[in-house]
Design a protein around this ligand. Sequence first.
Ligand code: SF4
Length: 447
Amino acid sequence: MDIARIEAIPSVKPRVFLEDMGCQMNRLDSEIVLGKLHQAGFQRVETTDDADVVLYYTCSVREHAEDKVFGRLGSLKRLKALRPELVIGVMGCMAQNHKERIFERAPHVDLVCGTSRFEDVVDLLEEVRHGERVLAVDRRELKFDRDISVRPRRFQAFITAMRGCNKYCTFCIVPYTQGRERSRPVSELLDEARRLVDDGVVEITLLGQRIDTYGQDQRDGTNLALLLHRIHEEVPGLLRINFITSHPNFMTDELAATIADHDRISRYLHLPVQSGSERTLKAMNRGYSVDEYRAAVARMRARVPDLAIATDWIVGFPGETEDDFAASVALQRELGFHGSFVFKYSPRAGTRAAELEDDVPRATKEARNQVLLAEQSAMSLAQHTARIGLDLEVLVEGPSKRNAERSMGRTRWNEIVCFPAREEAVGRMLRIRIERTTALTLHGQPI
Ligand code: SF4
């Protein structure tokens, strides 16, 4: 059944299958795509077999996500042969990065749509319907208009505060796929937050690749601290305000004071360090030394002593020696992170690091990955154990993934808490007395 035929039968909606892979920004962009399709009369389906249009919205930062999509595209070949009218599209960073190479590798793909054109998805599918294969990777200003009703959780939402990155870390593809930093005006973000609250949202997460540089491109004194302050004061319906991802060079006293002075701003800071080795940080072009990172953490903790700081690590960056890695482990212990996201280095074509020899063996990367994860697990267990006996405010998210008889929620430090099911409390704060814990999850009883 093609789109033209569906339009001739008004009661039947075209069916779209969309899978997103990658970061939160990717997830939000794919929600925006679904919102556009929803407004145009499309219906979302859960399997490719049921779909008239199959879309993959994919991140390019990790090789893994790209491999996964090429795998998915491979397995769609048969379906496309059986139903040539099936429309297949690749969207997002991966599309922006690989452009027409996706058509070369998967000739049955109809649409390749990059990071500046996803808002045009309906028009682009219309072009495909007219028999054209469409490559839409040119740079355009995004409009940021969005169907706020399309989001996976009724009471939680992401908001794009800014896009792009000016930093050019040598391993990262983002500046090439997302372009220069562009911030949205405060008034627009306030308006979006208010509309979301009116639609039932109580928790928002402001997104930006370097969220702390928010406003710098506007050159009028706007910054992240000011944005957080205004949202906190002017959108009282929000119970929690999160922001990710941070860069250590922008941990100002003003930002720390804003977090400290505003109760509903979460006490969770995602502050990637990537390595504890001076040499490796330089090779990554991160723009700070180990001491500068330490100072950034100290500045934030001085004003917000209970701040939970999580970080990212890359293991096996080209040239990383045992000594470099030992410096990472030492820094991890020293700073007592509340979370560590560890990534095994893989070269991304087009980045400067891809020109270096990927000389750390796969097995070594895996072993280093395991060491950092084990260290983090021990630290998290100790941090969680210190919570036993405390009564914590938990924002209830829904059923626990592992046990339907329990609910789960999060503390202001982004810790997961499980407790006997309280479906009626979803989207509300509950006080939970913590009784026991693992490295990953706190367990308790509502009080
Ligand atoms: S700061 Fe570095 S790692 Fe983060 S998005 Fe920009 S270039 Fe990529």
